[in-house]
Design a protein around this ligand. Structure first.
Ligand SMILES: [Zn+2]
Length: 395
């Protein structure tokens, strides 16, 4: 019998823990008796697992089910989403005859938090440059000193994180090792920060849900033939046949799951697409992919036997898909557009990639903020022109 309770039971049997809130188990394991016994947390810790063992992921799962096409819902509803006690930045989908499980490692959530913090610092520097630096000022020395400080604010958090990666790999545990990986710039609202962390997790959950729906897990697991058809149509639409030809079977499945996840998160699959959801899909996918690539060193292909395509392939496919689903949206009142957000994320990603490459022995210099900033302006101008052309010159 296909039931959520079966999937849930299977997870807890496998990990040998009672069916309880992830945080209760974690506090007990870490010997935080004072937290477990604190009246203040009693209600929270007594919360009972339903779709997930973590209240926050439970809410995120319900939100994803809500965005799914009707024919996916019955299956998604019976999959248990576990916050797992593993420190590596990873997630996986597994299934047994009548149980489906998704595990999001706690280490991945820590990575989502760290990379969202890094992006917040980078974004704050972009805002500061746009608003406060006067490049026409004749006092170029002062301008350069201001720029030096802005560059430090943008890149130092990326740099300290780049240095943390060997430790994370050795300990098999992602953790914040520097205040710059935790502290937000003063202008960043905490609610915006947590919303972004949340959608990064949701993108990864959606990716794992898609592995289930597309029949990539156990063959006897109930998947949806229509899911396969829908995703194939989108792959044709964004014209990536050539890229797919160069990938092995496992890698193609990863591309399908990425594409499905972005479509699900943006509401495109259920005609629930909104502007806000497009932003969520763009931010969630890009920060998830850059975090996974940086933590694992998966920027470029290391051979045909890898299970996942390299970052540049996944990124290029996501970029085409974002363009496909958002170019028809008008530019907002303050000049905002999901593609504008995509460009900010591109700037951030190139800074992380360049920092890594400059130290990995490639013939690449450390990133320069002003170069990155002016490249982003060029991309923005290019986007505006294309958008104006596509919308018949009225934008
Ligand atoms: Zn995958």
């Amino acid at each position: 019998m296909w039931k959520l309770s079966e999937s849930r039971r299977q997870f807890f049997v496998d990990c040998g823990r009672p069916e309880e809130n992830f945080w209760k188990t974690l506090f007990e394991q870490a010997n935080h008796r004072e937290l477990v016994n604190d009246e203040k947390y009693a209600g929270f810790l007594e919360w009972e697992p339903q779709h997930s063992n973590c209240p926050e992921l439970d809410g995120a799962t319900r939100a994803l089910i809500d965005l799914a096409p009707a024919e996916w819902k019955a299956t998604m509803r019976n999959i248990f989403v576990a916050r797992a006690f593993k420190g590596e930045a990873n997630a996986e989908a597994s299934s047994f005859r009548s149980a489906g499980i998704i595990e999001i490692n706690y280490g991945f959530t820590l990575a989502a938090m760290i990379y969202t913090t890094l992006f917040s610092h980078f974004y704050d520097s972009v805002l500061t440059t746009g608003k406060e630096v006067n490049f026409d000022d004749e006092d170029t020395e002062t301008t350069m000193l201001i720029m030096e400080e802005i560059e430090r604010a943008a890149f130092e958090p990326i740099d300290v994180t780049d240095q943390a990666i060997p430790t994370w790999a050795a300990e098999r545990h992602v953790r914040a090792m520097h205040p710059l990986q935790i502290d937000l710039p003063p202008r960043r609202k905490e609610s915006d920060y947590f919303n972004l962390v949340n959608v990064v997790e949701q993108f990864v959950m959606a990716h794992e849900f898609c592995h289930h729906m597309l029949g990539h897990t156990d063959a006897s697991f109930r998947h949806s033939p229509s899911a396969k058809r829908t995703i194939s149509e989108w792959l044709r639409r964004i014209e990536i046949a050539e890229m797919l030809d160069g990938l092995n079977g496992d890698q193609k499945q990863e591309v399908e799951a990425d594409v499905g996840a972005l479509l699900l998160l943006s509401g495109t699959l259920s005609e629930k697409a909104t502007r806000v959801r497009s932003y969520n899909a763009v931010g969630g996918s890009m920060i998830a992919l850059v975090a996974l690539a940086h933590v694992s060193g998966g920027w470029v292909s290391r051979g045909a036997n890898e299970t996942h395509p390299d970052f540049l392939t996944r990124y290029e496919i996501m970029f085409r898909l974002v363009k496909e689903i958002t170019m028809s949206l008008p530019v907002g009142e303050i000049g905002d557009h999901p593609m504008g957000f995509m460009i900010q994320l591109r700037g951030f990603i190139s800074a992380v990639l360049q920092t890594w490459a400059s130290k990995a022995g490639a013939d690449v210099k450390m990133p320069n903020f002003l170069n990155t900033f002016s490249w982003m302006i060029d991309l923005e101008v290019e986007f505006r022109e294309e958008h104006r052309r596509l919308s018949g010159g009225t934008a």
